[in-house]
Write a protein that binds this ligand. Sequence first.
Ligand code: SAT
Ligand code: MN
Length: 586
Amino acid sequence: MPSNKTDSALASYIEKIRELTKPESVVVFDGTPLAYQELLKELVLKKTLEPLSRENSFLARSTPDDVARLEEVTFICSKVREEVGPNNRWQEPTKMKEELYSRFNGCMQGRVMYVIPYRMGPKGSPLSKLGVEITDSAYVVANMYLMTTTGKEPLLAIEEGAPYVAGVHSVGRSLLSGEEDVPWPSNSYKVIAHFPEEREIWSFGSGYGGNALLGKKCFALRIASKMAEEEGSLAEHMLIIGITNPKGKKRYFAAAFPSGCGKTNLALLQMDLPGWKLECVGDDIAWMWFKEDGRLYAINPEQGFFGIAPGTSMAISPHIMKMIEKDTLFTNVAETKDKDVWWEGMTKEPPEDLIDWHGKRWDKSSKEAAAQPNARFTVSKTRCPILDPNSDNPHGVPIDAILFGGRRSSLTPLVVEARDWRGGVLMGASLSSEKTAAAVGKVGELRHDPFAMLPFCGYNMGDYFAHWLSLAKGSRILPKIYSVNWFRKDEDGRFIWPGYKENAKVLAWIFERLEGEKEAIETPIGLLPKKEAFPVEGSLYEKLFSIDKKAYLREIAELREYFAIFGERFPRELEEELTLMEKRLL
Ligand code: SAT
Ligand code: MN
């Protein structure tokens, strides 16, 4: 939406959507705990939510066709096709609007149309931004309450004329009079459309996660990445953590991983190394900008966590388990007979008498998993047991290191330090990862996912790479850049690195590098830990850090082919950087 919308501009926008969608009533969500509790009651009545034995916690079960992000029907509708690049699906904006207007025509009949004014980011931060989501899903409102700052304060700012991003969402299932609702209304036709120029998002047919909680990937990444390019800042798919070493020195890291590669686990890692401490600012998205002191600062635009439940356990992620002990919404997990939750990986043995995510009885002989692989928990960050004291600091936290990680069973070593900013930008651009259940599609397939932003960059990725390169200017104190890979496998297909809590060793090594305390060795692909300086035994070190030069040369050839899809927009500096690496390998 254009900036400087006035009170009446918001009112007339709401009126326009009301006229189009024809809901039974309109409710402006006021963001109070009481309003949230009222919503939960309603959702229980409608059987969308089931109360659990965990205090103030509930379970939702979606339909089997609505369980994850839908990249195939996600569009960026800029006026000029080249602006969105080969990394996005494009549709001409007026054509898309026509389609949307016909789909949304009367789609909220018999339902409440909720208006959610919200803020992304800490109050008073120059980087925080406002949004309004209009939705006919009370489940979405409840999730937005946990994930963003909703209610009067953002509403007032919008009414006073502050710019905001508008989002219109419908589950796409109107209720004719007398018709009974279903627990998870949705539509087989689904579309998620972004209009970066108008700062607008329209989403139809899905009620799940990033398809429906429009503040998250749609706004905070796809629209915000375009805004960041214009403003000279960054909107990234990154967690933010604060790490304190045994001497009491604190540094902040940001880390990009594709969805489903353990960002939430890393963001809430229990750092068991003696004297070390890790605190969490955010687990999914970072908005960052360079300030006058030349350093890069980050805020987490979100107020909550929307994390993957399967695989979470006391052994691996005790902080997460503690965080979701109460006040949590669960979606598509399994239910125990005493109305608690369970998922694969929570305990070695599943409990008896489980109900699976379809609502059916489940036992060990069942072929399908009891919890959907992309089952989620939604919880406010106020429940985070290791929340960083600066998590709501409007000035952000200074970032000293940026990590790029993918899920790769071969090639990339456990950790590599980039020689310089350019080398680091190439690391980000070269990121590939095996697909996970976070998006609909074939799990395990290796795909390019530059900066873990492939599904989230709201403009041409060639320009995005150039934007990253352009940040290295003047006397800026640039963060160091690292590539990490927890997922390397041996010849027998077993993970070489145990991951999870062991990842603390990698974080500590990076910290010590920044302190100048650890030596590294030059290799064609960047700097690796010196054998003596990395706390694993010799044979494991070899397995974790060996460099297969031939495989790297093949990778470079393959990367050139991939980067060619960006044509003229692919920065020459990165091409040069790739050639330099190739020469070092030969
Ligand atoms: O996009 S979601 O918020 O549903 C989850 C993810 O892919 O990270
Ligand atoms: Mn994510």
